[in-house]
Design a protein around this ligand. Structure first.
Ligand code: GN1
Ligand code: MG
Length: 363
């Protein structure tokens, strides 16, 4: 291993100084080159993701993404990776261009993930010349991003059998609100007093969750295979042209309503700051909200029902509400789910999402 890679055995940005993976991963995943550089990638709250450079004998550099999977969040890794294999293969066959789909790099002995010193790891091919955004830079990019999300649903409509739901009731927003109520009552880390106002505000918005749950139950909002984590950071764009390439982070792809994806696009893409920015500084750009909703309706015209199109404006408030409830619940439970940079991080995220909810639903 070159000096550079050997020296960087700690991630300086991580509060716990988490170790960087070393040269042992390459051979496990059938990568023959020499590891020349490795660094943390992205801002995911669940897995730990790294970008690794390998130099082959002929001098060519190939880049791969190594991910240490969080198996306390995804407890059934076999189902997770069975979904992943089928979804990525299906999308890859559709794309016909290797920059337009995530490609899984199997282990040298043909498995989708490997245990290394007890920890589960998987590897993906890095998509060259791609970039991510934290939010949409204008209506054109918003429409492009919405088209990627609608395109994914269109492409997965004929994946049979459909992917299973790997985290049960993941977007059951009514249950998320009940869980928040229970977390406040249990108050296991003695934080309920400091965030009682926030909990009350979140619970006061429950009507939108009930409305959507009823529409789903009645079949007014059909069940489809959707992404289920369509925040803007999970969209890849061409670094030069800005054109949409594909969606990444396919772990939650499974049953749901299109509102989950549209809502995540709105709550993450139409706001002026990141998910943990102070709430006071935030605003929502109505032009971008419109571009997302119109862009999704246009790109999804081949499959969306009139009722789904009618419900699209509810998506942003629904997912901001769910996110606020989840961050607040995690704060009340002692920050056991989302990665945090210190105490209060989840509370800041929750306040941010409450602000977005209020900006999207004035009055
Ligand atoms: C998590 O893994 P990441 O950071 O892309 C979470 C999403 C949340 C998101 C909030 C499996 O996504 O549901 O919306 O954080 N994923 C899981 O940023 O819980
Ligand atoms: Mg994710």
């Amino acid at each position: 291993m070159p000096e550079d890679a050997r020296r960087r055995t700690r991630d300086p940005g991580a509060p716990e100084g988490r170790p960087l993976p070393g040269a042992e991963l390459g051979p496990i995943f059938g990568i023959h080159g020499e590891l020349t550089h490795i660094q943390p990638l992205g801002r995911g709250h669940i897995h730990q993701t790294f970008l690794a450079h390998y130099r082959a004998d002929d001098g060519r550099v190939e880049r791969y993404v190594h991910q240490q999977l969080n198996d306390s969040v995804f407890v059934d890794l076999d189902s997770l990776m069975d979904n992943f294999v089928r979804i990525s293969a299906h999308l890859g066959a559709r794309a016909g261009d290797d920059r337009r789909a995530v490609r899984l790099q199997l282990t040298a002995d043909g498995r989708p993930f490997a245990r290394v010193s007890g920890a589960p790891w998987r590897t993906l091919a890095f998509i060259d010349g791609s970039r991510t955004s934290r939010r949409f830079d204008g209506p054109a990019q918003a429409a492009e991003g919405a088209a990627l999300a609608a395109g994914l649903v269109a492409d997965l409509a004929d994946l049979t059998p459909p992917p299973v739901e790997v985290i049960p009731a993941f977007h059951d927003v009514v249950e998320r609100l009940n869980a928040l109520d229970r977390a406040r009552a249990a108050d296991v880390v003695d934080r309920a007093a400091e965030c009682g106002v926030e909990v009350d505000v979140v619970l006061s918005h429950g009507a939108v969750a009930v409305e959507v749950a009823e529409a789903r139950e009645a079949g007014v909002l059909p069940q489809r295979t959707v992404h289920n984590d369509a925040k803007v950071e999970n969209l890849l764009f061409d670094a030069t042209s800005g054109q949409g390439l594909c969606m990444v982070d396919l772990d939650t792809v499974g049953p749901g309503t299109v509102l989950f994806d549209v809502g995540d696009l709105v709550r993450s893409g139409a706001v002026t700051g990141p998910e943990d920015a102070d709430a006071d500084a935030l605003s929502v750009d109505p032009g971008i909200v419109t571009a997302i909703l119109d862009g999704y309706a246009r790109a999804g015209a081949g499959f969306l029902t009139p009722a789904e199109v009618r419900y699209l404006p509810v998506a942003g408030p629904l997912m901001a509400l769910e996110s606020a409830a989840r961050f607040l619940t995690d704060h009340l439970q002692g920050d056991v789910y989302f990665r945090v940079d210190g105490p209060g991080h989840n509370l800041r995220r929750a306040r941010n999402q409450i602000r977005i909810l209020e900006l999207l639903r004035p009055g």
